[in-house]
Write a protein that binds this ligand. Structure first.
Ligand SMILES: NC(=O)c1ccc[n+]([C@@H]2O[C@H](COP(=O)([O-])OP(=O)(O)OC[C@H]3O[C@@H](n4cnc5c(N)ncnc54)[C@H](OP(=O)(O)O)[C@@H]3O)[C@@H](O)[C@H]2O)c1
Length: 346
């Protein structure tokens, strides 16, 4: 127990907070000391997160009642983290924010994509963008990490090897992201009400999705055409990206590029089988795991490549990625507490 770090989860009644708690209760080097929720103060956490029954006897506390910890995980709605960051930072040596308030580098980008005047812009420089596969060395030494958006994570990890190697025709990339309902958090709305949501395949953001700003920033480009569609899944994201190659490359060349970038990455699997049902990435079998599965296929009749990348939005798209970042920041093995491979069949 003495060697364990103390961690608190702020916004712990939410879907991301609950997933972080599930993972951290099993983490060998972590003691969770506080889980906050303003609407459930004093209630056992298992009342809200029934999967954690008999795993902990903790009760929710208020954000106004914080203790000093080594690491604080924020699972708060947009704008709340950025408004509270100064006071929160007094209670933690390291902070990992799961929300979008510190992911973009400039106040101009917040104005453009969120139509929002950032209340604490001096913190933007202090946060490192939290995709370990792109920023591992910076995350190692970071005090503050802004874990990436879920749709952004799937998109960026799918496209990164081709963008990094400058192989893509500028301005022609089209990304279609299909996501599950838990992306929207646990507050009910008409759109999430069962009769309105069940069996849905609904265009959610055909243009102007905020996560696009992260993809542009991280892939160092100024144009990607991005659409988001809501599906009947509870967990899961599949990003299908269409890119056009500058030079003739075949599947085997593209394999080499992806292998070079990702073969040492513990949470990225290249999925491209000749036979069987599971020839390409599929979010269903990733539920509860921290993997991002990436596959691709070159169109034999054109210079188009289709890249498929799948994640669990609450894991590699949220709590799992945040804990991967925490492990790196604290010098733990990166995979600690994230070993669950998912279920099959499910
Ligand atoms: N869901 C996903 O797949 C996903 C993926 C990546 C990133 N994210 C981001 O992660 C964050 C959390 O998402 P979520 O899906 O877990 O949302 P959620 O289910 O709505 O949970 C939000 C949490 O914040 C607390 N909260 C709300 N307003 C508050 C306030 N003013 N002060 C203190 N606490 C407050 C809520 O509890 P009380 O209302 O009881 O206080 C709850 O615990 C969001 O920024 C979201 O964009 C979500």
């Amino acid at each position: 127990m003495e060697n364990k770090i103390k961690v608190s989860i702020i916004g712990g009644s939410g879907y991301v907070g609950g997933e972080a708690l599930r993972l951290l209760l099993a983490h060998p080097f972590v003691e969770v000391v506080q889980v906050t929720s303003e609407s459930n103060i004093g209630k056992f956490v298992h009342i809200v997160h029934p999967n954690l029954r008999k795993k902990t006897k903790m009760k929710f506390t208020s954000i106004n009642d914080l203790q000093k910890v080594d690491v604080m995980l924020l699972g708060l709605p947009h704008k709340v983290s950025s408004e509270k960051i100064e006071s929160l930072s007094e209670y933690a040596d390291k902070i990992i924010d799961k929300g979008g308030d510190f992911r973009l580098n400039t106040i101009e980008d917040y104005k453009k994509w969120y139509n929002y005047d950032h209340p604490n812009p001096e913190f933007l420089d202090k946060f490192v963008y939290g995709i370990p596969e792109l920023h591992r060395e910076e995350i190692k030494n970071a005090k503050y990490v802004a874990a990436a958006g879920c749709n952004a994570t799937a998109t960026i990890l799918g496209l990164y090897p081709l963008y990094k190697n400058n192989l893509i025709e500028h301005g022609k990339t089209v990304v279609e992201v299909k996501g599950g309902s838990s992306e929207g958090g646990n507050k009910p709305s008409l759109g999430s009400h069962h009769p309105e949501r069940k069996d849905v395949l609904r265009s959610y953001k055909p243009t102007g999705h905020r996560h696009m700003a992260e993809a542009l920033q991280e892939l160092k480009t100024d144009t990607i055409h991005f659409s988001a569609t809501s599906t009947d899944l509870v967990r899961g994201i599949l990003a299908t990206s269409h890119v056009f190659l500058k030079e003739p490359l075949e599947d085997k060349d593209i394999w080499k590029i992806y292998r070079q970038e990702y073969s040492d990455e513990p949470f990225i699997r290249i999925v491209k089988e000749r036979h069987g049902v599971y020839r390409y990435p599929e979010p269903k079998i990733l539920a509860g795991s921290n993997y991002c599965d990436v596959g691709f296929e070159k169109d034999p009749h054109s210079n188009r490549v289709v890249i498929m990348s799948a994640i669990d939005n609450l894991m590699k798209g949220a709590a799992g990625q945040a804990i991967q970042c925490m492990n790196i920041m604290c010098g733990f093995d990166e995979e600690t507490g994230l070993e669950f491979p998912g279920l099959h069949p499910i």
